[in-house]
Design a binder for this molecule. Sequence first.
Ligand code: SAH
Ligand code: SF4
Ligand code: F3S
Length: 443
Amino acid sequence: MGKKYYIKTFGCQMNVYDSQRIAAMLKNLGYEKAATPKAADLIILNTCHIREKAAEKVFSDLGRLNLVKQERAEEGLDTVIGVVGCVVQAEDTEIAKRAPFVDFATGPLTYHRLPEILTRVARKRGISIIDTEFPAVAKFDFLPENKAEGGLSYLAVQEGCNNFCTYCVVPYTRGVEYSRPVAEVLKEAKRLVDTGSVEINLLGQNVNSYHGEDENGKERNLAYLLRRLSEIDGLQRIRYTTSYPADVDDDLIACHRDLKKLMPYLHLPVQSGSDKILKAMNRRHNSADYLRIVEKLQQANPNLRMSSDFIVGFPGETDDDFRATLDIVNRVKYIQAFSFKYSRRPGTPAAVMDNQIEEKVKKERLEILQNLLFSYQLKFNEECLGKTMPVLFESKGRHAGQLIGRTPYMQNLHAELNKTNLNKIINVKVTEATANSLSGEVV
Ligand code: SAH
Ligand code: SF4
Ligand code: F3S
């Protein structure tokens, strides 16, 4: 019997992408996917360090996995437990201390060494192997070729961040910015399309600061990459995420006018509407800059709608600062958003600022903000009633005969449709709308 693996993924889409690449690597080594941790010889947690809660969840999960390891040992079965992702980069010694039963830990930039790590683990059982250096070579060169797993594929084109927002751990966990060469990206994209994807979502911590080399060694920006990608036959939809507002250039704005394949939805995190707070966060935009960028983008494509991330209760945030955040929401009318209470992250400058906000205030502000965001989300969904939209169906619904897909605006849409339509784009008329999803009928 072949060995089985189980991967649990926390965090952002970049982690989802990394987990897919890890799975492909394990399949090359002869592993098969297990349905549960209990059925797996190798259990991997792909972790996120962005907020305290996410990081703590890793340790509670590891506790549970240790029990699984013990249960399996009673049945005479060996289990290897590995931790990968951003928590490893930030808390390697903590993992060794709090979870000594972990067999190996490797950071987000070193997981291409997994085959070698697994061989070493097999040789010296019980000794943790921790690999957290920032390597000089790009992991992408060492990963086996991936294939489409559905109609939508993620494709990492850029990794790392040089922005050092004062609240954020990402520059410390993912390292400095790195852009993959243009040819490599195009090759991966073509392979994903040839194996069944119709939509590609380009990923990067700072995707619009992409500056990869082309075939002649010339540095190219994200706009260039988007134009080249849009020439791929069979690729119908392109998205990119996440963008840093100050790095949106005119070239990129023009893509939203010119490229039909580029979806009319952009995630452009503003974080706060207060200029004082934006400055304290070390964001390189103020609220007027941000609004100007959104206006230009929507002039280029009047159908474009925005989403964002928000942090409430950043150190020093007053009621007036918070009202400025509500103001910007009222101006931009985001159709989706993620909002968080500020979380103090060890090692970041904001964690030691002395004007920290009380938990109670953070909670109140988050609730007010989320209610407002929710109202715009519902309003937009209701505006879609009666409209026909192309929907990419990605998964089966809760009931038999139902599929769930995404509209161009990333709304979830349910429709009665048989499963031969999975991974295809189909025109659907929207018949029902709630704040979180749409229902529709095939036209
Ligand atoms: N590179 C992206 C964001 C990556 S992190 C950007 O610059 O927009 C995803 C989101 O997590 C951030 O946009 C931010 O809203 C949130 N976040 C990051 N650090 C946080 C912290 N310490 N507390 C609360 N939210 C945080
Ligand atoms: Fe974090 Fe800021 Fe970099 Fe985004 S731009 S990853 S929020 S440091
Ligand atoms: Fe989390 Fe790392 Fe992504 S900290 S949000 S998994 S880059």
